[in-house]
Write a protein that binds this ligand. Structure first.
Ligand code: ADP
Length: 802
């Protein structure tokens, strides 16, 4: 068949293949190839790509034109089509033996002498690919040379265009500016290619001073990351011995990615949704292993066994950045907070600026930063000083140090749309798989009989097994295995039970000979609990997670209290500060804050009601008076935080604290407090919590809209509803659950996007089983998994659909 005839006969199929996805990308790629090979001229291109016209019309116009141009053009068109279409769609369009090597021909022609403008056209397909990941940098280069105005940049950047369309607009705009502008773009792309492949070139070595700095950076990082800090108080555990892979998944469906992700995939190309962005987010719940995962990456990089495309890696902890009160430039941020170069600071920083693709930044715990992410203020100048959070947000957006890859970790609650639009991709850390739990317990207990016993007792206690998918609980359960194995039937069910178990374990670990029966262990250590409780409570109220000696003193924390092991010395890469402390984990801090609320004689009457208020209404009356100077960057910000809404880190922490308060005030634990606090006070606090939970539930039920005629009555629950359910579960009192459910009258309960995992399923089943009438339960877009479904079994009888 003549190739022209083929184009005519297969017109419908070709149109379908080019346009049916609704995206113009395939058509535009074909046009790029035809332009680069001179089969189309610019005027043809402009006649085809008429802005605002339907995609199908543009494609038809191209087919008409190609047909009239004759068989050579048709042949190249078919080759281009085969080149750009995915495998399954190309069938039938190739013309055997004719012009099928689109890219090779391009390279051959590179040999010819051309002007820069001609090269821009001849290399159009590859230039579009190169430029789409770095439009901003290319624009910056063009502006710096005076070839582009800010209006030109805005025209390229129009957000309705995809990155590849922006790259094409940039090339079209540059062509109209003439030869010098074209030269700048070609030089820019060449430089980028060189820096990107530098590390892969055998004969390229970075400057000596940079290599020296890399050595210093990696040796201090290796020292900082080789032990796991949660074992610091009791024993040293090397990360190599205990690290167990968590489950990593892409947040977005991606057809090219199958199976679980590995550690290196976090920075790899798999699942990229915005190739122009540099920031990868790793999200996961508190205690889910985000910091440990970064620690692992740091250690592997420092040893030269992973992430070797990056010459320098700078690790930051947002928790520690909170206490930086000075305005800093990026250079100061890197050198003061990570590693100080002994010599030639300027040269090293210049190297970093010149080779952004060789640099990786990690920011752990964005949710712990006092200021929630915002892209309203940003900087572009690497030498300008600014408050640390502005630097951080500018780096994440890429207005500063574009091209440097950044990995940020955060709890999902703190990730809003402002941050999402700057993400290259989002990876979710789901905690341990069932075999991960098994593996962790075996690593923790070298004695296989002990490991087998722990696992056996976990299999018998499904609620606890559900909790162990979160590494922090797995750690506690393994740490407290003696208590766990000693408690026979029953055993811990709720997160409060588990934390009480570790409280008892740590207290008794320090004074093993003293009373171990009844609640004696608590009474003996009541002062420690109260001191740490106050420190934790004050810290949660002011988003403070690192404490100075003065903070400790203000709350009466003594050396003996520190020795209990709940407070660890804060690791600091720069080690310029005096000794600072933090709780083993932020959940431990929430637990002590809850202990303070429950046990302290000074707890304000309004504290419990405020704790249970929805976040947007919660005034920050949860703070008391101590200084905490080190944590508060400035009076202004302090005032803002006091007046304003809860900061990003506050909400989840206050919610976790409220969950613990519910658990600690459960009837099951009241005997523990008998000798610590008057029972009348305790009873009153219990009543307050029960009232708050009931009121909170009622508010959710009131928001249910009446059913549309002919449709079922449905409630779309918010994450706050799931939190209240978890609080009710912590109380372990079926009367409260029954009471709450007696007022819920719906046929359908929608719990989509509520961050529901196995732990939440246990709580849901506990409460929903008391529903009066059957409901349909919708749980799409959560991470329920097989384990979660198992946890839901107790409420299956009341679900008519799931
Ligand atoms: P996050 O940063 O998500 O709050 P962490 O990384 O601090 O969670 O984990 C809490 C604790 O759980 C750690 O201190 C450690 O004891 C344990 N842990 C977390 N991830 C792992 C892992 N991959 N392997 C072994 N233990 C882990």
């Amino acid at each position: 068949m003549l190739v022209q005839e083929l184009v005519l006969r297969q017109r419908a199929e070709i149109l379908h293949a080019l346009c049916s996805s609704g995206s113009a990308e395939h058509l535009e790629q074909v046009l790029d190839i035809l332009l680069s090979r001179g089969e189309l001229i610019i005027e043809d291109y402009q006649n085809i790509q008429v802005p605002g016209r339907a995609l199908y019309t543009n494609a038809r116009q191209l087919l008409d034109l190609v047909h009239t141009k004759g068989s050579d053009t048709c042949a190249l068109f078919c080759a281009a089509l085969t080149h750009v279409l995915p495998e399954g769609q190309r069938v039938g369009f190739s013309v055997p033996g004719r012009c099928s090597h689109v890219e090779e021909k391009e390279e051959e022609e590179e040999e010819h002498q051309r002007t820069s403008t001609q090269t821009l056209l001849a290399q159009r397909p590859s230039l579009v690919r190169e430029l789409q990941g770095c439009i901003e940098d290319a624009l910056r280069a063009l502006v710096a040379c005076g070839h582009f105005t800010s209006a030109d940049c805005d025209d390229v950047r129009l957000p309705i265009h995809t990155p590849s369309q922006q790259a094409r607009r940039l090339l079209d705009n540059v062509r109209s500016k003439g030869e010098p502008a074209a030269k700048v773009v070609l030089q820019y792309v060449q430089q980028k290619q060189e820096s990107g492949s530098l590390l892969n070139q055998e004969n390229w070595t970075p400057p000596k001073e940079v290599l020296k700095y890399q050595k210093k950076l990696s040796s201090s990082m290796s020292a900082q990351s080789c032990f796991l800090s949660s074992y610091g108080g009791t024993s040293h555990m090397s990360l190599d011995d205990i690290y167990t892979d968590g489950q990593l998944e892409l947040a977005h469906n991606c057809k090219d990615v199958h199976g679980p992700l590995g550690l290196e995939d976090i920075v790899g190309t798999a699942g990229t949704v915005n190739a122009e962005a540099d920031t990868v987010l790793v999200s996961g719940d508190a205690g889910g292993g985000k910091s440990t995962l970064l620690q692992r990456l740091h250690l592997l990089w420092a040893r030269g066994t992973a992430l070797q495309d990056f010459l320098l890696l700078f690790p930051f902890s947002c928790r520690r950045l909170n206490s930086e009160r000075q305005e800093l430039s990026v250079q100061e941020l890197l050198f003061q907070h990570c590693c100080w170069p002994d010599r030639e600071q300027e040269e090293i920083f210049q190297f970093i600026l010149d080779h952004p693709h060789l640099i990786l930044f990690t920011f752990d715990g964005l949710d712990e930063l006092k200021q929630g992410f915002s892209d309203e203020h940003w900087l572009c100048c690497p030498t300008q000083r600014a408050p640390v959070h502005i630097l951080l947000f500018s780096l994440i957006q890429g207005s500063l140090m574009k091209g440097v890859r950044k990995v940020v970790t955060s709890r999902p609650e703190a990730v809003g749309p402002a941050l999402k639009k700057h993400l290259r991709k989002e990876v979710i850390l789901q905690g341990f798989s069932p075999s991960g739990i098994d593996c962790f317990v075996h690593k923790h207990h070298r004695d296989p009989t002990v490991a087998a016993k722990v696992l056996e007792s976990l299999q018998k206690n499904t609620a606890l097994l559900g909790l162990c998918h979160s590494p922090v609980f797995c750690w506690i359960v393994s740490q407290c295995h003696k208590e766990l194995l000693g408690c026979g039937e029953g055993g811990p069910q709720t997160i409060t039970d588990v934390y009480l178990m570790i409280l008892q374990h740590f207290f008794q670990h320090q004074s093993p000979l003293k009373s171990t029966t009844g609640s004696g262990w608590l009474q003996e250590n009541l002062n420690t609990a109260l001191h740490l409780g106050q420190l934790a409570f004050e810290g949660i109220g002011t988003s403070c997670y690192i404490f100075s000696g003065t903070d400790l003193e203000a709350c009466g924390v003594t050396e003996k209290d520190i020795c209990m092991g709940f407070l660890i010395q804060s690791k600091d890469m720069s080690s310029t500060h005096s000794k600072r402390f933090e709780f083993l984990h932020v959940i431990t801090q929430c637990f002590f804050a809850a202990l303070h609320i429950v046990l302290s004689n000074n707890t304000d009457r309004s504290t419990i009601p405020k704790l249970f208020e929805p976040p947007n209404r919660r005034a920050t009356g949860l703070r008391s008076s101590t200084c905490f100077g080190a944590c508060l960057p400035s009076t202004n910000q302090q005032e803002q935080a006091f007046k304003g809404e809860a900061t990003s880190s506050e909400t989840p922490n206050l919610q976790i604290t409220a969950t613990f308060v519910s658990g600690l005030l459960s009837q099951r634990h009241l005997s523990l407090w008998l000798h610590c606090c008057p029972s009348a006070v305790m009873e009153k606090r219990v009543r307050q919590v029960v009232r708050c939970l009931s009121k909170g539930m009622h508010k959710h039920f009131k928001s249910i809209s009446p059913p549309v005629e002919g449709e079922k009555k449905s409630m779309h629950a918010m994450p706050g509803f799931v939190w209240l359910i978890k609080c009710i579960y912590e109380m372990q009192e079926s009367t409260i659950a029954k009471d709450a459910m007696s007022k819920l009258e719906v046929d359908h309960l929608k719990l989509t996007y509520c961050n529901i995992g196995p732990v939440e399923c246990t709580a849901l089943a506990y409460v929903l089983q008391h529903l009066r009438n059957p409901i349909g339960l919708q749980l799409d877009n959560n991470s329920v998994g097989d384990v979660g479904v198992e946890q839901l079994l107790p409420c299956m009888h009341i679900c008519n659909s799931l």
